[in-house]
Design a protein around this ligand. Sequence first.
Ligand code: PGA
Length: 205
Amino acid sequence: MKTQIEAIKGVIFDLDGTLVSSELNFSLIKAQVGCPAEQDLLDYIEQLPSPYMREEAMNIVHQHELLDAQSAKLLPGVLEAVKALQAKNIPMAIVTRNFDKAATLKLQHNPLPIEMVLTRTEAPAKPDPSALLMIARQWSMPVDNVIYVGDYLYDIQAAHNANMRACLYAPDVTPGYAEQADFVIYAFDELVSLIDNYAEKVRVC
Ligand SMILES: O=C(O)COP(=O)(O)O
């Protein structure tokens, strides 16, 4: 049986560790809010028993995120790749687990020609696919035509939860979960070649 591979017509990016550098120390943040190392930080905060405890914990997270925003820098090759995709009229968006103020600051300090940005303030955090699906809907684009590019397991999971293809950006070490991604890139110029290979025509294998 032939499998049809849909063309890539839209690209959604993760923010931290993909477009910009991040020094968020999750071990430290978890220790400060009392979250067990193996538990997801946001899930842990959400299940805290009182609004006061949730607010206190979230304030700590916000402080770390705002501090991180001061030092975030565009990663190598990002601007060139984004401009190349813009020149090809590929719609682009950003989905991040950051809260809105931190994401806004990071992008103010590191401007990119990408207007649509969804944070955990606007949509449930990854690996929930809601933000990715909202963007595909906004673009009126089938999810098969959209790729999500990120550097972490949650990014792969969110893409697959949205029935999109997942592209892992792994510039340093290739993690074990890389095998779950549909594509792995080690540098940003590879993304442009990837889109070129998949943008023009629907390939059948
Ligand atoms: O703040 C985080 O948890 C990570 O942010 P990201 O989704 O942009 O990688």
